[in-house]
Design a binder for this molecule. Sequence first.
Ligand SMILES: *Cc1c(COP(=O)(O)O)cnc(C)c1O
Length: 370
Amino acid sequence: MSEKLLLTADPKAGYLAHKAEIDEAIARVLASGHYILGPEVEAFEREFAAYHGGGSVVGVANGTEALELALRAVGVQAGDRVATVANTVSATATAIQQIGAQPVFVEIDAATLVMSAVALEAALGQAKGAIKAVVPVHLYGHPADMPAIMAAARRHGAKVVEDCAQSHGAMIGGRKAGTWGEAAAYSFYPTKNLGALGDGGAVYSGDEALAGQVRLLRQYGWRRRYLSEVAGRNSRLDEIQAAVLRVMLRQLDAGNARRRALADRYQTALATAGVRRPAVADGVVPVWHQYAIRTPRRDSLLAHLEAQAIRAGVLYPVPLHEQPAYAQPGCRLPHTEQACAEVLCLPVHPGLDLADVDRVAREVIRWGAT
Ligand SMILES: *Cc1c(COP(=O)(O)O)cnc(C)c1O
């Protein structure tokens, strides 16, 4: 008997779980004759803002452009420096480079793997005001230390744009990730905690004027049709994706609760497995976009799991400061480099149940005994 294949993410399972509602939403858009930036986008923007307890949301084409437009809206220009981390998807740095700005890679906290506020403070001090903005990444659904990051940024006059592509719904000290900085950027790539069935993204801000600026930038700098007030671009969200996202948004908290139950099961089951389990900082409620363990024998564990029809993921194998497109000779980030060499993400998504987690944990333990 061959066992069910377990994946690190399963957007098709997410679709099938809510198929009737999603099919109805898509049919509604097809029949409406309105396909881009219409009533579904407006409704989704209102509903996702309400999910944050108020503020404004601007739907855009993807998460990378959400970051880029948010950075432009807080005033980042060509030649400016933007502090971020190197253990993230290329998109975080791409967004900075799209503006002609320069990423400055800051070291992570060795336990939680998110931006170190101490390292940020040092980088801001060293740059003497040249770092215009900071992009903390709430990696794997675990938010960065926003109170400390905001305090450091304030001291040095830098703006903060939170990269929330992996943290829809996460909390820090009872407050949602995304509501701490001047703005937050979301991706709705299908594998994210809140995923569309195509590309999508959004900028959240508690500042109405800032959101208005993003609204201009996402469509040619238009407030009025055919009149560009600023040099904008095309980064629109379409009606079908917005309609799908409205359905998925209603499932977000339940999906996150399921991820939490699965992660709790892993935390207990792997207590003596000989791998390093993810750390959760005090006061943080993560949303477990990934469940990332660490082991120096990663390749061996990856191969063992693969042979048991369990797909684990390496997010991310090469830190950005060591990639050709972003290489910074002389930049050394020992905690970041070690994390990239050791992390392995085990399957965790709402399409799994506790028995699936038990099966994965059993295999990790069996591997550890070899
Ligand atoms: C997915 C992701 C992005 C980019 O989002 P796209 O929608 O793929 O452009 C940016 N940052 C992080 C941390 C991500 O996980």
